[in-house]
Structures are given as C-alpha cells and as structure tokens.
Ligand binder design. Structure first.
Ligand code: SAM
Ligand code: SF4
Ligand code: F3S
Length: 453
C-alpha cells in the first residue's frame, strides 16, 4: 500500500489521565496497544477518533468528574463526528454500569485489569455501535498483552509497573476493589521491559505497584529487581513507589545501603500518627514499627529523606490523635507530604463510620499542611548554595525559556538550569541559586557553557 493511503487509514486517539502513576503507565501502554489497530496518539482533543478518560476513584466526586468531562466532550464534538468514547481506570471498574446506563454517549467502560481487550472493543464499536462493559479482573491476560507489546516510551524518566492490586484492605480505600488482588509480574519480563526502556533512552526507572514492595514472583522480591537494575550500564537512577510499611523487609532495607543507583528518597505512606487510628484503619503497622524502619534506613543510607501520605480527620480521630500526626510530621520531617481529609468511598467499611465534623476537619488539615509547608521551606532553604546532582529530562518549550533545561535532583525536586549544550538524559552537578514555590533554579558546574538560570 502506498504511504498516502496508509496515512489516511491512520486514526487518532487522545487519553486524558487522572490519578496515580499506575494510571499514567497504563495510559502509555494503552497507546502502545492501540497502535496495533492503527490508532496513533494526538495531543489535539478536537481531532480524536477515539477519546479515552482514564479515571481515578480514590477520593470523592470521582464519578461526577467523569460526567462533567463527558459533557465537555459532547460540546467539543457538537458539529463533528462523534469520537468513540471509552472510560477506563478505577471509576470504570467501580461504577461502570452506572456510567453506561446514565449516558448513552459513552461507548464502553474498561476496568484496569482488562486493557488487553481494548482493541477488540474499539473494533466492535466501530462495527456494531453498542455499549461495552469490560470489568473482569484478568491481570494475567493484561500483562500477557503488555509483554507482547513493545513499550515505546522514550522518556528520560520512565515508569515500569511490576505489581498490581492490593490485599491489604485498609478500611478507607477503594484500591483492593478497583484493582483487584495482588499480582506480581514475572521477573524476566520486567527486566526485558527495563532493557527496552533503557534502549529507548530511559536513564531513570521508577518501579510501580499499589504495594510495590509486596512484589513476589517465583522467589524473586523487589530487592532482586533493584540489584538486577543496578547492573544495567546506561541506567543512572532507580526508584520504587508506593510501599507499605509492613512489606519493608530486611532485604529491601539492605538494598538502600548496597545500591548506589537507588535514589535516597522513599515515599512511605503512614496515614496517621496515632496507633489507635492506624488500628481502626486496618493499617497493619504501628508508629513504633514505622519509626524503626525510618531509623534503620537512615543507618543504611544517611542521605535518605522521606515522603508520605496522610489522611486527616479519619472517623474517630480525636484531638490527641491529630496531635500525634502533627508530632510525627515534626519528628520525621518529611520533605514531601500528601494530605487529604478522609473521603468516604462507596462500598468501603469506613464509609459507614461517623465522620469528624467538616469544619473541624478543614481546620485540622490547614494546621497540618502549615506544619508540612514550613518543614518543606526549611528543607529548601538548606539547599541554597549546595551542589546537587540533577538528571535532565527535557528542554523548556517557550521562546523566553530558550536554552533552559528541566531536570530533577536525587530527591525529585524540579530543577531548572541554563545550558547552550543539549543535556537531556545527562546527570550533571548543579549549584542551587534560588527557589520559588514549585521550582529550584541553579547553575551547571564544571561545564564550559553555564550561566545563571
Ligand atoms: N498503597 C499505598 C499505601 O499503602 O498507603 C497508597 C495507595 S492510595 C492509591 C494513595 C493514597 O490515597 C493513600 O496513601 C491515602 O493517603 C489516600 N487515600 C486513599 N483512600 C482515601 C480516602 N478514602 N480518603 C482520603 N484519602 C485516601
Ligand atoms: Fe489502599 Fe491500603 Fe492497599 Fe494502600 S495498602 S492501596 S491504602 S488498601
Ligand atoms: Fe486512583 Fe486507582 Fe490509582 S483509585 S490512585 S487510579 S489505583
């Protein structure tokens, strides 16, 4: 077939992604899969033949947001051919039937463990124009499809999902219901995918899982994957995300001493500083155990810093429980923290529990976030005039930002420098000069072409 004809057959697909890094990884892989049926990614919403909303169900108003987005798409395409509209992700899994019933404009809902069906669903919609509900948990088939589909991601920093689902059943959380039971991918397949990413230009790999440190496949653990990646010549950095404190096994703690490429920042969600609340959450760890992990990691790698997630005003949280959460923040001095007021999720045990008064909950969140912000500011001030190592990910696109490059330091802080040479994919030493709320600015050192950013 001549090239022009082939181009005409090409269709365009657009994905809007919400939620966690695992959704981001899935969206990229969906784009890899749909290329097999001639759908190629577009960044222009208005020209998509297929529009996918990859959704998150972790906090309130998730389903309303989907209907809101569907309304916007209807408007956008009012005078054009309707795109195939598919809702994927955790809202599709949890409330897919409701979405299909309520809005005939939606052609299909596909749950997170069913993306292997996406090409068939798109083709069926093209031919039959009926609605599809694909929300079975078939993680093995999902990864069979992903293993046979080349990962075309060519970003300097890439995600690699190694584990899916959760068996922990924290009482507030929808993940065990939307992502299904824990499943670990085969060790060899993970390393194959890592090789492809490195060949494509990835210099940093973040291993992903809802409980990434629960990874276990044929006697291989997360530590085995990290040791294997450490040996990959062109890979500069390794991270893993998100971990459960209960699965911080000794072999994993040890990796933080042994592996030079493993970055010294660990995101370890704690949720609350009160043992009483942790127990009612069914978190399976207490604060003493949590602090033991933190201290042990500091011994293994004195450079290590921590990030965490917090739920404020969980049902039953009294003032003394909240104070313990603030105290934990002050003790560990997390350099990044994600805190939200408890949000009752339909179908989870905590959704039936008595909520903390809304005004009080908001007050507590503000107090907590002020403490967290102050700690972050102190941390950033200490970075001034220090030399940090930055892996450069891309060049800034705006004309006024010509010659500016964006990268991240070892602690994932975003750093911008000026350089006339292309430094994408390179790790460079940078002298930190100033910072704003979201960005740090520095100068490249030991190069012949640096200027202040
Ligand atoms: N697996 C991780 C762990 O063990 O903590 C967390 C995964 S969850 C996708 C990310 C974060 O969302 C949680 O750490 C928690 O702080 C927050 N979260 C989950 N359910 C929530 C709820 N019902 N209300 C508020 N925050 C919630
Ligand atoms: Fe949700 Fe708890 Fe599982 Fe994390 S460990 S995904 S918070 S149920
Ligand atoms: Fe959201 Fe599902 Fe991730 S609920 S946080 S997209 S696992």
């Amino acid at each position: 077939m001549d090239l022009k004809k082939k181009d005409k057959l090409k269709k365009k697909i657009f994905i809007k992604t919400f939620g966690c890094q695992m959704n981001e990884y899935d969206s990229n892989r969906i784009l890899d899969i749909t290329k097999k049926i001639n759908y190629f990614p577009t960044t222009k919403i208005s020209e998509a033949d297929c529009y996918i909303i990859n959704t998150c169900h972790i906090r309130e108003k998730a389903t309303e947001k989907v209907f809101h987005d569907v309304g916007r798409i209807k408007k956008e395409y009012r005078n054009k051919k309707k795109p195939i509209l598919i809702i994927t992700g955790c809202v599709a899994q949890a409330e897919g039937d409701l979405i299909l019933k309520k809005d005939r404009y939606v052609d299909a809902v596909i749950g997170p463990q069913s993306y292997q069906s996406i090409n068939k669903v798109i083709k069926d919609i093209e031919n039959k124009k009926k609605q599809y509900d694909v929300t079975n948990f078939d993680t093995v088939k999902k990864f069979d499809e992903l293993n046979s589909t080349s990962n075309n991601n060519s970003k300097v920093s890439s995600f690699l999902t190694i584990q899916e689902g959760c068996d922990k059943f924290c009482k507030f959380c929808v993940v065990p219901y939307t992502r299904g039971p824990e499943y670990s991918r085969c060790f060899e397949e993970i390393l194959d995918e890592a090789d492809k990413l490195i060949n494509n230009g990835s210099r940093e790999i973040t291993l992903l899982g809802q409980n990434v440190n629960a990874y276990f496949s044929k006697n291989k653990r997360l530590s085995d994957i990290i040791y294997a990646l450490e040996k990959k010549k062109d890979l500069k950095r390794i991270r893993y995300y998100t971990s459960h404190p209960k699965d911080m096994t000794n072999d994993l703690l040890e990796v933080h001493k042994d592996c030079f490429k493993l970055m010294p920042l660990l995101h370890l969600p704690v949720q609350s500083g009160s043992d009483k609340i942790l127990k009612t959450m069914n978190r399976k760890h207490n604060i003493k155990e949590y602090l033991k992990i933190i201290n042990s990691l500091k011994e293994k790698n004195p450079k290590i810093e921590f990030a965490s997630d917090f739920i404020i005003a969980y049902p039953g949280e009294k003032k003394e429980d909240f104070n313990k959460t603030c105290k934990l923040m002050e003790t560990v001095r997390f350099i990044n923290s994600y805190s939200f007021i408890f949000s009752p999720r339909p179908g989870t045990p905590a959704s039936d529990m008595k909520m903390v008064d809304e005004k009080l909950a908001k007050e507590r969140l503000t107090i907590f976030q002020n403490i967290a912000e102050k700690i972050k500011l102190d941390y950033k001030k200490k970075l001034l005039n220090k030399i940090v190592k930055v892996l450069f990910e891309n060049k800034m696109t705006k004309e006024k930002e010509k010659y500016k490059y964006f990268g991240r330091d070892e602690y994932q802080n975003p750093v911008i420098v000026y350089s006339k040479k292309n430094i994408i994919g390179q790790e460079k030493r940078v002298l930190i000069k100033k910072f704003s709320q979201h960005t740090i600015y520095g100068e490249l050192i030991n190069t012949d072409n640096f200027l202040a950013a």
